[in-house]
Design a protein. Structure first.
Length: 171
């Protein structure tokens, strides 16, 4: 009788259990450091930046990404550092979705430069290339390069070249 009750209990547990679902870490938050060469955009020279980034995996290898850079370029007119903020929103395609993840993407960005006497504003579009390498299941290290085209009213198209290294935590 005991064997029958154990077998019946096991059968109920097996057939009554819900199916297993795989859990993927499809969101990330990260920190990056890099150099932004302004190519005299807004009359600025290059400067280092710290970036705060996030990503959300959409589907079929596509990520929605956001990167906000806080930069400190040099103003050659005054010889002093100024503050630049450059938030961006974009999409990237992951060529591989394994431990090594190379990607290509594009961002729409906004550049706001605070100078002592003025504030400069630009809207930009920038293709980028990079890769992430997972050192654990939830932590990646990566490199990224981006070339931005900035547009402002009554000015020629401005450009900037950006290189960065970063780390991200996936959850």
């Amino acid at each position: 009788m005991r064997t029958l009750l154990c077998a019946l209990g096991l059968a109920v547990a097996l057939f009554g259990a819900s199916p297993a679902h795989a859990q993927f870490a499809n969101r990330s938050l990260g920190l990056s450091f890099g150099y932004m060469d302004f190519n005299r955009t807004g009359g600025l020279e290059g400067g280092y930046f710290v970036g705060f980034d996030a990503s959300y995996y959409i589907e079929s290898g596509f990520d929605l990404v956001s990167l906000t850079k806080l930069s400190f370029p040099k103003d050659p007119a005054t010889g002093k550092r100024v503050v630049g903020v450059a938030p961006s929103l974009g999409i990237r395609y992951l060529f591989l979705e394994e431990t090594f993840r190379p990607y290509a993407g594009t961002d729409i960005s906004y550049l706001l430069v605070f100078k002592p006497d003025t504030t400069a504003q630009y809207v930009g579009l920038g293709p980028n290339l990079g890769f992430d390498y997972f050192v654990t299941d939830t932590v990646s290290l990566g490199l990224r390069g981006q070339y931005n085209f900035y547009i402002a009213l009554n000015e020629k198209t401005q450009t900037s070249l950006t290189f960065s290294v970063g780390a991200a935590a996936y959850f």
